[in-house]
Design a protein around this ligand. Structure first.
Ligand code: ADP
Length: 394
């Protein structure tokens, strides 16, 4: 199943987006709704709240009186922690239960206001952010929801900043215009990204081969890479010796194929095999077959594992390499040498552009890669000499 985290500042219009995705067939999990359900009359959650904060948090109908609870629970830090220790585990358990009940081919949309604040972004295959300028959100909260303006402003202040949201958002919807505008964008997201993403992950479907196409350097590449690295970090845990953004997209100013190369370094390939299933499920399916790196003049080849990103709009290559061969070090040295030597970077750019032009109609990148490799192999010797003279180590 595919897990989509849907979030955004209060009043941005998450519900509009969530409802449309649900109409398309997404399984909607609404955090706010669950938070209310776990403390409904008759629940153990409500009983525990009463035990902690007293009978006067209940209204005359026996239901939770939220303002009365807030007055007690937000009075001091200990009370706030007590409230969270009662509500959070119950919300977590119910959320996990709903996710586990979804079909294997489900696209789950988790509407979770505090996704950014809770550092939860890496737990999702994709994070969708709904945003609108602060003034627009305040106006909506006041006019449509009847909130007092100072309250609306205080709620917005307490939430994550736009920069914090930008960093984790794979998809950014600006919902400051008419609802129809964002709804059309949601329709396209469903058809062009979520549906094929889910199928790619479930069926472990590799990317279709294509001709080499070189894009100008994109300064968001490192930020996009960091989001993927964060997801891999969660899965790999202590099995990761290190996780890095490598390849041409990690070299500022270098044009490249718009595919992020990432490297997970493990102590042995047994560790890689143990992680294969979890990485695949997390959105990075393992590629079939045997994969290896050329041993650059040494006998034989260096085996590795290869995974690819399932997101059709964010191509990723994930190389899982063992510390037992020199390949992982070389993969870190080469881009670092290019970053430190702009002349070499520009020479490499010229080679890439020439080879991509020559092979623009191939339908695969194989010939392009092979011919480019002649320059790269020679460059490795210069990069090694540079490492020697500067004392560079990974
Ligand atoms: P939240 O992101 O806090 O869940 P809602 O989805 O409840 O926000 O939206 C807040 C309010 O703004 C609602 O009353 C909703 O109907 C309204 N709204 C949502 N999108 C738009 C839009 N594009 N234009 C005008 N009002 C909108």
């Amino acid at each position: 199943m595919l897990r989509v985290g849907l979030t955004g500042g209060i009043g941005a219009g998450k519900s509009t987006v969530a409802n449309r995705l649900s109409e398309h067939g997404a399984v909607l999990i609404d955090s706010d709704k669950i938070a209310r359900e776990v403390v409904e009359p008759g629940t153990p959650g409500l009983a525990e709240l009463v035990e902690a904060f007293g009978e006067d948090i209940l209204g005359s109908d026996g239901a939770l009186d939220r303002p009365a609870l807030a007055a007690k629970a937000f009075a001091d830090e200990d009370s706030r922690k007590r409230l969270n220790s009662i509500v959070h585990p119950r919300v977590g358990a119910r959320t996990a239960e709903l996710m586990a009940a979804a079909a294997p081919d489900a696209i789950i949309v988790h509407d979770i206001p505090l996704l950014v604040e809770g550092g939860l972004a890496p737990m999702y295959h994709l994070v969708v952010m709904v945003d609108a300028p602060e003034e627009v959100r305040v106006r909506r909260l006041v006019e449509a929801r009847g909130m007092a303006e100072p309250d609306a402003r205080a709620r917005i202040k307490a939430q994550a900043t736009t920069d914090q949201r930008r960093a984790v958002a794979d998809v950014w919807f600006d919902n400051s215009g008419a609802p129809d505008i964002v709804l059309a964008e949601v329709d396209a997201l469903w058809a062009d990204r979520l549906t094929p993403f889910e199928a790619n992950v479930r069926l472990r479907k590799p990317r279709a081969p294509m001709s080499p196409k070189i894009a100008s350097y994109d300064e968001t590449w490192p930020v996009q890479a960091e989001r993927a690295l964060a997801r891999i970090r969660v899965v790999a845990g202590d099995n990761a010796v290190r996780i890095d953004h490598i390849g041409s997209t990690s070299v500022p100013g270098l044009p490249a194929k718009d595919i992020l190369d990432l490297q997970l370094t493990v102590s042995t390939l047994d560790r890689a095999d143990e992680l294969a299933q979890a990485l695949s499920d997390a959105g990075f399916p393992r590629a079939e077959g045997e994969w290896y790196d050329d041993a650059h003049g040494e006998e034989g080849t260096w085996p590795k594992r290869f995974h690819f990103g399932g997101d059709p709009r964010r191509p990723v290559n994930l190389h899982v390499r063992s510390q037992e061969t020199p390949a992982w070090r070389l993969a870190l040295l080469f881009p670092e040498w290019l970053r430190q030597n702009p002349g070499e970077r520009d020479a490499y750019a010229a080679v890439k552009n020439a080879m991509a032009a020559k092979h623009a109609g191939d339908g695969t990148v194989e010939q392009y890669t092979d011919e480019k490799q002649v320059w790269v192999d020679a460059a490795f010797a210069r990069a090694d000499a540079w490492a020697e003279s500067t004392g560079w180590t990974p």
